[in-house]
Design a protein around this ligand. Structure first.
Ligand code: FEO
Length: 423
């Protein structure tokens, strides 16, 4: 395997000057990095200026400065662009600014707060840029594109207009360290590209789609992300893959005018299952809602996460065992951080023996995930009575009415309100 390279020219006048971190096995606690990672930084030379695009993690600053010095003097640097200020890209920025004090720093509007936290200097001089702003380096023009929430509020991309080179930050990146650098020379990294998208970009799917509207029309010759291989071979295929990954799966099945409600349950003795059936039947009485019922005991989380991403409402039925909802329910709930669930409709119900805490616990978790939980859940001690099944039926119906905007209005007395708040 090739050893760490010197600065590498990736296009005329543009060099990779980043750092390799092959030994990293975990990134930001949540990501496994079986092949390590790279912190990619680039140097762009124009006829009247030199730009540095992104820096590296502080622990790898020495490597970065050594490569930078191979292709530019500090007093030549006219421009520093930070596409994203997470520490893996901004760690060496304060030292770079100290070594090249004449350089102008360009960041996005949202990056200002992070910059001030990173560089403890109240006299900090920088320029805020947004989509359409440009910097002329002489025969090389940097063109900025605001791509917020990919995956932080501050993220942006920078294009070298004349060469079709997109410095994309974390977008189109992945954690994969290979000193051969280019996508047509490194080992097969597709799993890492997909894994990175699923864990970093997927929760921001709507923002991915917004960014693609900006980036897809560009005649890209090369994508230079902040992590992983430099995409020079068929770069548009990675843009197309993002389009596929971010596009809704079930748009054609549910139909634009219908809402989707998923009812999940797990049941020890069939009691919570009967409640789930009643919830689903109640929801089905409302037209315009497609209702689906799933037993969590028979399937892992993954396919359900995909379905929940597309759904408008989700209800969870769980028995209470040892004062808690059961593990398959928590497993699925914990998987929802990977997708956007904010503002979906949520509800809970279930059978219990002694205490019945599971319902409130699930509702709290749903609220914590920013779902709307407007209807109090239904609990039934052991075998649900006809009255309790009727409440489940009502729960399903009300959920469907909330989804379709056809909620029955009713007057709640103060005593009823007080009583419900103490349950
Ligand atoms: Fe690679 Fe979001 O930092």
């Amino acid at each position: 395997m090739k050893s760490a390279p010197d600065a590498v020219e990736i296009a005329p006048g543009t060099h990779w000057i980043g750092a390799l971190d092959p030994g990293l096995r975990e990134f930001d606690i949540i990501l496994k990095t079986a092949n390590g990672t790279t912190y990619n930084s680039y140097c762009v030379r124009g006829s009247s200026g030199v730009a540095i695009i992104d820096t590296v993690k502080l622990s790898h600053a020495g490597e970065f400065f050594a490569r930078l010095e191979q292709v530019a003097r500090y007093d030549e640097i006219s421009t520093i662009v930070l596409n994203h200020l997470e520490p893996d890209h901004s760690g060496a920025l304060p030292e770079l600014m100290r070594r090249a004090p004449q350089a102008k720093l360009y960041i996005s509007t949202k990056a200002q707060l992070m910059l001030k936290a990173l560089v403890k200097d109240t006299e900090l001089d920088y320029t805020v840029v947004q989509t359409g702003d440009t910097v002329d380096l002489g025969e090389r023009t940097l063109h900025f594109f605001s791509t917020p929430f990919l995956h932080w509020p501050d993220t942006q991309c920078t294009l070298v207009e004349e060469q079709g080179i997109l410095f994309s930050g974390d977008v189109f990146g992945c954690h994969f360290c290979d000193a051969r650098l280019f996508n047509d020379q490194v080992g097969d990294f597709r799993f890492s590209f997909e894994y990175y998208y699923q864990h970093i970009m997927r929760p921001f799917r709507e923002h991915v789609l917004e960014a693609l509207e900006l980036l897809e029309p560009l005649a890209l010759k090369l994508i230079a992300p902040a992590h992983g291989p430099i995409l020079r071979d068929v770069p548009q295929s990675y843009v197309q893959r993002y389009r596929q990954l971010a596009s809704p799966l079930l748009a054609n099945e549910v139909g634009a005018d219908n809402k989707s409600l998923l009812v999940f349950y797990i049941s020890s003795y069939g009691n919570t299952a009967r409640m789930a059936q009643a919830v689903a039947e109640g929801a089905e009485t409302v037209s315009g809602v497609r209702v689906s019922l799933y037993d969590l005991q028979a399937m892992g989380d993954l396919p359900f996460v995909d379905l929940i991403e597309e759904a408008d409402g989700i209800a969870f039925g769980s028995p209470t065992i040892n004062g808690d909802a059961v593990k398959p329910v928590w497993d699925l709930l914990s998987s929802l951080v990977a997708i956007k669930v904010r503002d979906k409709l949520g509800a809970a119900f279930g059978s219990y023996g002694w205490s019945g805490e599971a319902i409130n616990m699930i509702e709290d978790r749903l609220r914590g995930l920013k779902l709307r939980v407007p209807i109090k859940g239904v609990r039934a001690r052991l075998i649900p009575t006809d009255e309790e099944l009727g409440k489940c039926h009502d729960l399903g119906k009300q959920l469907a009415q909330h989804l379709t905007g056809t909620v029955d209005r009713r007057v709640i007395s103060m005593s009823e309100l007080l009583a419900s708040s103490h349950v």
